[in-house]
Design a protein around this ligand. Structure first.
Ligand SMILES: Cc1ncc(COP(=O)(O)O)c(C=O)c1O
Length: 404
């Protein structure tokens, strides 16, 4: 007889919680207290924002970093710095957080969507060229879940067509592609420090680049259009104030100091989990791309096969395993190429410019991932090895119950 599932009134497999997120200790408390006591709360008067920029750039093999108030604004600033404007087109993927697609729209550009690869849920490079038109200006790949996209193929296509590459690395702190830090493999890369991210201050964002001109542009756009060498009331660009506060940067610096150690734990636990799930039919970790030398594991991504679980949906499985004490979730449920605000705004911009509305993208893998994709978030991978094995135990318990 299979055990009764917790969702049906049985005893949950686990009652102990997984590690809390964010992780902090006295170091964060001291960092923020020092900022408060210094009275230098502003990036223009304190040292934390500028020091954090140097440290973050170094950690990602980049020359420059420009801290901003969040990861969405980071993409917007990067797009503006690249000169993306009304009516331009930006190629991105339909399996990502909405900020990746609505930031082009917020600067008046139209996002065009490629499908994703089943092994990574990252941009399928073979989908880029069919979308390129005379209006295409940039490619905006996402390192989804912290796993690097195929930057070799994307950069090669971009170079051939004269396009800018902006990496949305919001989820990919410390990830590496062929040994190289993500973010400055394209012309610019953007990160988020929002509460769930592997490096966090609750909010915050940053852009990194190796390009001097783009650095100057980002600096200016972040700073109300000022120039790095100009006067305080000299505004050369039309821009706004997207600056980060000193205490946010102070926390990020401490969190950044934890990144390498936490990344090693996440990688080790992910390997354990892959092994533990290997003999469970229908719950398949994405194999990934061997050229990704470090997956940041913001999300441990899995394909779910309903047939292996008595025909129950991924959402049913997530509810059942959560009841067992395992926080697996279903992730992005609505592909961006069919998300109402994206579709309507894209149409509005095209119509205002008297242009044909771009045809709707075909993204069957994104649609499958939205239906059958499951996520385990990064903080769970910081638990002890024994706790990780509970994930496979709970999945097996559910499978037995639903197959009987
Ligand atoms: C892929 C991706 N892009 C952009 C963002 C936006 O970052 P933020 O929430 O800091 O604005 C996020 C974060 O949620 C994200 O996951």
């Amino acid at each position: 007889m299979p055990q009764m599932l917790a969702i049906d009134g049985g005893t949950p497999l686990r009652s102990r919680p997984f590690p809390r997120w964010p992780v902090w200790d006295q170091r964060e408390v001291e960092a923020i207290t020092d900022v408060v006591n210094s009275g230098r709360w502003w990036s223009q008067s304190g040292d934390n924002v500028s020091a954090m920029e140097v440290e973050f750039a170094q950690a990602h093999d980049a020359k420059h970093a420009i801290a901003v108030c969040n990861g969405s604004i980071a993409i917007e600033v990067a797009l503006r710095a690249a000169g993306i404007d009304w009516g331009d087109e930006v190629i991105t993927t339909a399996y990502t957080f909405i900020a990746t697609a609505n930031t082009p729209l917020l600067v008046g550009a139209i996002p065009r969507f490629t499908d994703v690869l089943p092994d990574t849920w990252n941009m399928d490079p073979s989908g880029i060229e069919p979308l390129i038109t005379s209006r295409t200006k940039a490619i905006l790949p996402v390192h989804i879940g912290g796993e690097p996209a195929d930057m070799d193929a994307i950069n090669e296509i971009a170079a051939r067509h004269g396009l800018v590459v902006i990496e949305d690395a919001a989820q990919a702190h410390g990830a590496r592609w062929q040994g190289r830090g993500v973010g400055a493999i394209g012309q610019m890369g953007t990160f988020s420090f929002q509460a769930s991210k592997n490096v966090t201050a609750g909010e915050g964002g940053i852009i990194i680049t190796n390009d001097e001109e783009l650095y100057d542009q980002c600096w200016s756009i972040r700073n109300v259009g000022r120039s790095r060498t100009g006067g305080w009331y000299e505004h050369l660009n039309l821009a706004s104030n997207y600056r980060l506060a000193e205490w946010e940067a102070a926390i990020i610096r401490v969190q950044l100091g934890r990144l390498e150690e936490q990344a090693a734990v996440r990688s080790a636990r992910a390997a354990t989990l892959r092994e533990a799930l290997a003999d469970i039919e229908g719950l398949d970790p994405l194999p990934g791309d061997p050229r990704a030398t470090r997956n940041a594991y913001h999300i441990f991504k899995m394909w779910y096969q309903p047939d292996a679980f008595g025909g129950r949906s991924a959402a049913d499985f997530a509810r059942a395993i959560q009841a067992e004490g395992i926080p697996i979730v279903t992730g992005y449920g609505e592909p961006l190429h069919s998300t109402r605000v994206i579709v309507e705004r894209s149409r509005y911009i095209a119509e205002r410019l008297g242009r044909p509305v771009p045809p709707q993208a075909s993204c069957p893998v994104v649609e499958e991932a939205s239906r059958r994709g499951l996520w385990l978030m990064q903080s769970v991978l910081l638990s002890a090895e024994e706790d990780i094995l509970d994930i496979a135990r709970a999945a097996r318990k559910i499978q037995r119950a639903w197959r009987s």
